[in-house]
Design a protein around this ligand. Structure first.
Ligand code: ATP
Length: 215
C-alpha cells in the first residue's frame, strides 16, 4: 500500500503512561473517533523509554483504562505493549500491529510535548514508514519547532482529510478543544488529598481510592 492509496480502515493510537487516565485523554480519544478514525486505541506502555517508571502498576493502569472506556463505542484499550517484557518502543508495536491487521492504516497521536522529543524516539524514521503522526496541541503550548521537527513538518504536513486517506508518512497538527489536565497534576492533587472529582471518571476514582494509589 502506498502513502497515496486509501486505507480500508484507519486506526488512531494514543500511547502513554496513563498514570492515571484522565478526562484529557478521554476527550482526545472521542474527538479522534469523531474526526473519522474507525477505531481509537488507548495504549498504555510498560516501560516508557523517555521518562521515569509509572507509580501505578501495569495491571492497575490497564484496569483504570478499562473502567474509563467501558461502553465507549470505537474506543478500545490495547495491552500489546504491556505484554512485551522489553521497553515499549512504538516502532516494534507498529510492526506487530501491521502484521496482525493487514489492510489497516495507523496514525500515532501524541500531544505536542511528545512531538517535541519525537526525533529521540527509537527508529523514528521507521515509525513514519509505518504510520502517520497526529500532533495534538495542548493548552499552553508555545515552544517553537526544533530543526528536525520543522524539516519533517515542511516535508510531510497534511490536512486531517489527507492524513485519513494516507497509509503512512503524513503529519497533521490539530488543535482540539483542550483541557488543561495532566496525570502529573492529578497525582500531585491526590498526594495532597485534594478532590479530583470530574478530572477522571468516577469509576477510576473509586478504583484508585480502593487501591490506595498516589497517596
Ligand atoms: P504526565 O503528566 O504523567 O506526563 P499526561 O497527562 O501527559 O501524563 P500521558 O499518559 O503521558 O499523560 O499522555 C498520553 C498522551 O496524551 C501524550 O501524547 C500526551 O501528550 C497526551 N495528553 C495527555 N493529556 C493531554 C491533554 N490534556 N491535552 C492534550 N493531550 C494530552
Amino acid at each position: 500500500m502506498t502513502a497515496a492509496s486509501a486505507p480500508s480502515a484507519h486506526w488512531a493510537i494514543l500511547g502513554g503512561t496513563f498514570d492515571p487516565v484522565h478526562v484529557g485523554h478521554l476527550r482526545i480519544a472521542l474527538q479522534l473517533r469523531d474526526a473519522g478514525f474507525d477505531k481509537v486505541l488507548l495504549m498504555p506502555n510498560r516501560i516508557p523509554p523517555h521518562r521515569p517508571s509509572p507509580q501505578a502498576s501495569s495491571d492497575q493502569r490497564l484496569a483504570m483504562l478499562q473502567l474509563a472506556t467501558a461502553g465507549l463505542d470505537g474506543i478500545d484499550v490495547s495491552d500489546i505493549e504491556l505484554q512485551r517484557p522489553e521497553c515499549s518502543y512504538s516502532a516494534i508495536t507498529l510492526e506487530v500491529l501491521r502484521q496482525e491487521h493487514p489492510g489497516v492504516s495507523f496514525t500515532w497521536a501524541m500531544g505536542t510535548d511528545a512531538w517535541f522529543s519525537f526525533d529521540r524516539w527509537h527508529r523514528c524514521d521507521d515509525i513514519l514508514r509505518m504510520a502517520n503522526l497526529l500532533v495534538i496541541s495542548r493548552p499552553g503550548d508555545s515552544q517553537p519547532l526544533a530543526p528536525w521537527q520543522s524539516q519533517q513538518w515542511h516535508k510531510r504536513r497534511a490536512t486531517l482529510e489527507e492524513l485519513l486517506a494516507s497509509d503512512h508518512g503524513s503529519i497533521c497538527q490539530q488543535t482540539l478543544p483542550g483541557l488543561d489536565i495532566s496525570a502529573t497534576g492529578l497525582r500531585k492533587a491526590l498526594s495532597k488529598g485534594d478532590n479530583v472529582r470530574f478530572l477522571t471518571p468516577d469509576s477510576v476514582l473509586e478504583y484508585l481510592t480502593q487501591q490506595q494509589l498516589y497517596r
